[in-house]
Structures are given as structure tokens and as C-alpha cells.
Design a protein around this ligand. Structure first.
Ligand code: ADP
Ligand code: MG
Length: 692
């Protein structure tokens, strides 16, 4: 239940004066929502200092200045030319320029010989200073009506800054001050304003004061971190109150599996499994993430966990983002578990009805140790009796709320999350604060290095030759394209590239992309896996988890268009077998500096963590690792790079609040609940009723 105090924040923007049916969609698109909350979290990017008074001679080109001058000349006779108002002061002339101006308005506003104040961006036209469409023009005797400071927002067409500022002011009028959730001491030492004050300080400041803007923004950032930490802290408390099945260590099964492996597990794999194994043996539900670079062998760790669970008579459900991966996982788990006599089944959308029924019956009869599927599996009516463990593969497609939803289903299985997304520590806290983390740092010994080269796309033919030679050696190749069809990508479209390759190499060439049906995608991948087709042209749908050890070469076309982490993930599709592999990054010259640096980093290192740090540095956290598409939080005031310290402080503070006031009933607790509901609603709504 939301606190009624918050209702005004959820009022629709159409309740604001001036937001009619025409403005509404424009404004809603700009602010990414329709509530007053969305509106006031559309934060200014800068503020204009209208006090920046200058004589014409001193007005700096390229800066906003406020100038005073006498109207000297008005030119608006020619309809096709812009109107020009020439002002003079003691130092010279400055011209105001208006396109499509209303003649009557011009004549009313500018009377020769009268003094006006104009404010706007000063530019240079043939050596003279001018302001095109000044933000403000008023007669000099009303000078004090000019705002001293004005926020500047990210804007869109069809809406003026003036209108937006008006809506902001109107919205703020309607929003109440809330109780204070920040520790008074912290508030004081940081010099932060109250919550409503902070919004006011940003949207309707009374003075130009960069420090005040900074403090207000910082406070709002802290609030977002706090909201999330409170919600996640509660999720953690709730989890610790629930009981999961105690799943004791199963030494014999573990040994059977390890002894039958064609390789020796790495120390990292065994250490991570030791964490998992100990978690499983406790009554507190496990919430652990195994973080390990692509190819670090996470599947084995999960399979060992599943074996421990099966030995206790429970089943394990493995969730993958796609059907293809779900079936691949079923195979991988099957390979590891069959020596222990454990059966693994896949349940995917494309199973034949009869097969599906057989699988479900086998599940019901307790004959299956591991069932592998997509999230739909868990959402469907398939009954998973004695579910002991959920394994989520490739974490970054799931957010905290998704995880909570998965486990909110009455039973309380343990949960193991496997992520190939190495992320810096601050981010790990922000995104996975509800999880314990085990890191598999090393890769299996004897892994073939992947040679990475950046090549201009003028040399595409040579690259095709290299692919051809690999195929002749009996190896396989991926060819990644940035787009499906040729509308914007020309030859770099998957369809076009497939034809070119098939023609040139006299080979069947497979294709796989997001617009194909899951069944067709599966078939294409299967043909590639079996070797019927040895070149697979693909869009980034193959980015996650596809494991074909015979693939030794991956060509990434227009590599300059992809993000660093994404390139690293793609590159991880090769180097999985015992042959040397290569990754060829085709780029289109000229590269931007950032593009060049990205490709250089990839050539230099194969270490996912190093790449993640570099990505973070180059791009900020914004779209790090494609997190944006994945339902993980998009903060509005919080910048994970800039405010890392705030996340840590909020975490400690949230813990302290929950430790002394788990029910959130003290005044500060009530306030904390308000900020949680306001700023972390998705997680908050996943918390079960008894703790809200
Ligand atoms: P990821 O961590 O990317 O999920 P996988 O679990 O798919 O990695 O493992 C990649 C490949 O390495 C698989 O073919 C797997 O069988 C193999 N593998 C796993 N552990 C080892 C090891 N210790 N030594 C050699 N190969 C291993
Ligand atoms: Mg994997």
C-alpha cells in the first residue's frame, strides 16, 4: 500500500494547467512517463546565469549574456529575410535576429529610442555580435522581472523551455514535503537540502549558485540509492526469515562427476562450488551469483550444485534467456550429470505436445534431476515438485525484481545466478546488492588464446579468404553483422552478407537473427553445431552463451558500432575448443577516438574485468554491458560512476534503519518507506505484503 502522502506524485501531468491533449504526448515522451514524479525527475542539465551582464563589446561569443541597449533600427520589410533589431550601447551595436516574427509584435516590443534588456546566446555574424531568438526581451524599466537564473533541460521539438519551466513550477506547487529519511548528521555534514527543497533548488532556483545545484542533485542521488537499499535490505531480511530445504553435501556424487570429467576442474571452479555447496546445506535460502568471464566454466559449478540437490531428492530448474540456450544447457548439464545416473530434461516452447507431456510426467514421477527452460517455464502451469534450486543463466537479462518474482512462489528454493558480465565493484553493489558473489577469476588451463585484430572493411575480401581457409581445415566460423537487412547497413546486413559469403566460398551459409522464429533459430544453430553448415551469419542474438567448440573464427562487421562489453561477449563465442582462435574486428574508417580506443582495448586484453572497467571509464555506467535493456535500474539522479560513495553510505544507512526498525514504523522508518515506494517501486512491489 502506498502512503497517501505520495499520491500527488502520481497525479497525471494532464492535471497541470496548459498540458492539453496536444502537449501531453510530447511531454510524456520527453520525461518518460505521465506522472508529476516523472516530470520533476526530468532534471536540468545546466542553469543559465542571467546576471551575466555585459556591454556589447564584452559579450562573449558562444555564451549566454544579458545585455541592455537602445533600439536603434528595426528591419522587417522583406518577408523572406529574418527581422533584425539593431541595439546600441556605449560600446557599439548588437543585433537581435528573428525568423518568421510577427510584425505587430515586433513593432510593439521594439520602439526606436527605447531601452530594452535582452538575454540569450551571443553569436557572431560577419564580425558583428548578434542574438538569434533571445530567450527574453523586456523593456529596461521592467528589468527586475528577468529571472536571475533559469534551468536548462534536455528538450524535444514542439515544446519550449519556457513551457517546460512553467509545468515544472506548477508541478512543484502540488508536491508535498516528505518526512526526512536521511540521518540528520549526514544531512548536516553534507550540507544537503530537504527533499522538496532539493527539487526546488534544481527546478526553480532563486539564485545562480552552482554549489547549491550540486548539493541538491547529490541529495536526490543519495535518495535513489537509499530507496533501492531499503527495498533490497527488506528482500534480504524476508529471505533470511524463509526456510529452504537443507541440502547436505554429497561427496560421493560429487566425486563420481569430477572423476568422469575429461578435464580437471580449476581451483576457481572448486572454490566457487565450495561456496555454493555450503550455502545449500543451510536453511537460509541461497542467493548467490557466480561471476566468471565467458568460458570460465560456470556450467560445471551449477551442475555440481544440481547433483547435490538431486542427491537430496530435489530437482533443479535452469532458466535461460532463450529456448536455444535452454536446450544447450540441458545438453551441457546432461553431459556432466549422466555419469551419476541423473537425468536432465528440456522444456521449451517448441516441444511436441507428446514429448512435453512425457517430460512433465517424468518430472512428476521424480525421475528428472534437472529441468532446463526459459522463464516461461516457471511462469507456466508446469508443476515443479520439490524444487530445491533455481539456476539462472546469464544474469544480465534479469533484474532484481525478476529474481524476487521467481522466488515469491510459495516454495523457497535456493537460487544460483550465473553471470558472464564482469562488473566493477560499485556496480555490483548497486545491481546485485541482494546477492552474495563468488568470482571465478581464472580460465581453464590450456585454453587457446584468441588473437584479435582490427581490420578496415576495405579488406573484407582478405577476411573472407581467412574464413575460407579455416573452413578448409574443418573448423567453423561466425560472421556477425550489425543489422538484419540492408536498409541501413548495406553489405553489413546479415542477409546480404550471407549471400555474398555463399557465392564466394561455395559453401552453405547459415543465418540466425532476432526476426526469425525461435524454431528457425534453433534449426540454424543446430545445423551449425552439427557441422552441416560451417559458416553462421548472425546478428547479436548469439551474444550470450552459445557454445560450439569447433568455431575458431569470429568476424564482427562494423565492430565500431558495438559496445566494448558486447564485443567481448561476442568474442567469447570462439576459443572454446582446443584450436587457436581468432576474432577479426572489421571497422569502417575513419574511426572516432573512442572507437579506436575500444578496438585497442580488445586487442590488448582478453580479461573481462579489465574490459568492464575500461567500458565503465569510457561510457559511464549508463549503458554498461547492455544493462539498459535488461530491466536493471535506470537511475535518474544517481550516476553510478560519480556517486559511488553515496551508494556505499546508503547501504550502511539502510541496514541501520532496518536493524533498529524492521517494520519501518518510526517517523524515519515511515519516511524511508516513502522514498522506497517513490523511487524503487519495481522492487518495492515485489516485496510480499507482510513486510511493506
Ligand atoms: P561459461 O562460464 O562461459 O558458461 P562453460 O561452462 O560453457 O563456460 O564452459 C566452457 C567450456 O569449457 C565447456 O565446453 C566446458 O565443458 C569446458 N570446461 C569447463 N571447465 C573446464 C576445465 N576446468 N578445463 C577445461 N575445460 C573446461
Ligand atoms: Mg554459460
Amino acid at each position: 500500500m502506498r502512503d497517501p502522502v505520495l499520491y500527488p506524485f502520481y497525479a497525471n501531468i494532464s492535471t497541470l494547467p496548459g498540458v492539453g491533449p496536444k502537449v501531453l504526448p510530447v511531454l510524456a515522451r520527453l520525461i518518460g512517463g505521465e506522472t508529476l514524479l516523472d516530470l520533476v525527475y526530468h532534471l536540468p542539465t545546466s542553469w543559465i546565469d542571467r546576471r551575466n551582464r555585459a556591454s556589447f563589446a564584452d559579450a562573449q561569443i558562444g555564451e549566454v549574456a544579458t545585455v541592455t541597449g537602445i533600439v536603434d533600427q528595426l528591419t522587417h520589410s522583406h518577408a523572406k529575410l529574418p527581422a533584425r533589431v539593431r541595439l546600441r550601447d556605449d560600446t557599439g551595436f548588437l543585433t537581435l535576429v528573428y525568423f518568421h516574427a510577427n510584425k505587430q509584435w515586433l513593432e510593439r516590443t521594439f520602439r526606436i529610442g527605447e531601452s530594452v534588456v535582452a538575454s540569450g546566446l551571443v553569436d557572431d555574424f560577419r564580425g558583428g555580435r548578434q542574438i538569434t531568438h533571445p530567450d527574453h526581451v523586456i523593456s529596461a524599466d521592467k528589468d527586475e522581472a528577468l529571472p536571475e537564473v533559469e534551468p536548462v533541460y534536455p528538450m524535444t521539438a514542439n515544446l519550449t523551455g519556457k513551457a517546460l519551466r512553467k509545468f515544472m513550477r506548477a508541478a512543484l506547487e502540488k508536491l508535498p514535503e516528505l518526512g526526512e529519511w536521511i540521518d540528520p548528521h549526514l544531512l548536516e555534514t553534507r550540507g544537503w537540502p530537504g527533499y522538496r527543497q532539493a527539487l526546488d533548488a534544481l527546478h526553480r532556483p532563486t539564485a545562480y549558485d552552482p554549489n547549491a545545484f550540486h548539493l541538491a542533485r547529490e541529495r536526490l542521488a543519495y535518495d535513489e540509492a537509499m530507496a533501492r537499499e531499503i527495498a533490497m535490505g527488506q528482500a534480504r531480511l524476508a529471505r533470511d526469515r524463509r526456510a529452504s530445504p537443507i541440502i547436505p553435501k554429497a561427496i560421493n556424487v560429487e566425486r563420481t562427476i569430477i572423476d568422469s570429467l575429461p578435464f580437471k576442474p580449476t581451483r576457481g571452479q572448486m572454490a566457487a562450488f565450495a561456496d555454493v555447496s555450503a550455502d545449500l546445506a543451510r536453511v537460509i535460502p541461497m542467493r548467490r551469483m557466480i561471476q566468471g568471464d565467458v568460458g570460465s566454466g560456470k556450467t560445471l559449478i551449477a551442475a555440481l550444485a544440481a547433483a547435490q540437490v538431486a542427491a537430496a531428492g530435489k530437482i533443479t530448474a535452469v532458466m535461460s534467456p532463450t529456448d536455444v540456450l535452454a536446450r544447450q544447457q540441458a545438453e551441457a548439464f546432461g553431459r556432466f550429470l549422466s555419469p551419476a545416473g541423473m537425468r536432465v530434461a528440456a522444456l521449451t516452447g517448441k516441444d511436441r505436445q507428446a514429448d512435453r507431456k512425457a517430460t512433465i510426467d517424468a518430472l512428476g514421477a521424480g525421475e528428472v534431476a534437472v529441468v532446463s527452460g526459459t522463464q516461461a517455464l516457471y511462469q507456466s502451469d508446469v508443476d515443479l515438485p520439490d524444487l530445491g534450486l533455481i539456476v539462472i543463466d546469464e544474469q544480465h537479462r534479469f533484474g532484481v525484481a525478476d529474481r524476487l518474482r521467481l522466488t515469491a512462489k510459495g516454495q523457497s528454493p535456493h537460487m544460483l545466478v550465473m553471470s558472464a558480465t564482469p562488473i566493477p565493484r560499485t556496480l555490483a553493489l548497486a545491481f546485485y546488492g541482494d546477492l552474495d558473489v563468488s568470482i571465478v577469476a581464472e580460465k581453464p588451463a590450456g585454453r587457446q588464446e584468441i588473437t584479435t585484430a582490427a581490420i578496415p572493411d576495405t579488406r573484407t575480401e582478405e577476411v573472407m579468404d581467412a574464413v575460407s581457409r579455416a573452413i578448409e581445415r574443418g573448423e567453423r566460423a561466425f560472421w556477425i553483422c550489425p543489422a538484419v537487412d540492408s536498409e541501413d547497413a548495406g553489405d553489413a546486413s546479415a542477409e546480404a552478407r550471407r549471400e555474398i559469403l555463399a557465392d564466394a566460398l561455395k559453401q552453405p551459409v547459415g543465418i540466425i537473427h532476432g526476426r526469425m522464429s525461435p524454431a528457425d533459430r534453433d534449426a540454424a544453430l543446430e545445423a551449425f553445431r552439427s557441422g552441416d553448415v560451417r559458416i553462421l551469419v548472425a546478428t547479436t542474438v548469439i551474444e550470450v552463451g552459445v557454445d560450439v567448440p569447433e568455431a575458431t573464427i569470429i568476424v564482427i562487421e562494423r565492430a565500431d558500432k558495438f559496445g566494448l562489453a558486447q564485443l567481448h561477449q561476442l568474442r567469447g563465442r570462439v576459443g572454446r575448443g582446443d584450436k587457436p582462435s581468432s576474432c577479426l574486428l572489421l571497422y569502417r574508417a575513419p574511426l572516432t577516438d573512442a572507437g579506436k580506443e575500444r578496438l585497442d582495448i580488445l586487442r590488448r586484453t582478453n580479461d573481462g574485468f579489465e574490459i568492464a572497467e575500461a567500458d565503465f571509464r569510457l561510457r559511464g555506467a549508463g549503458d554498461l554491458l547492455g544493462l539498459k535493456q535488461s530491466g536493471v535500474p535506470e537511475f535518474r539522479a544517481l550516476d553510478i560512476g560519480e556517486h559511488a560513495d553515496l551508494i556505499e553510505i546508503a547501504r550502511t544507512d539502510a541496514k541501520a534503519i532496518l536493524a533498529s526498525d524492521a517494520g519501518l514504523i518510526t517517523p524515519r522508518g515511515v519516511a524511508a518507506r516513502q522514498v522506497r515506494d517513490l523511487l524503487a517501486p519495481r522492487i518495492a512491489s515485489m516485496l510480499s505484503e507482510d513486510q511493506t
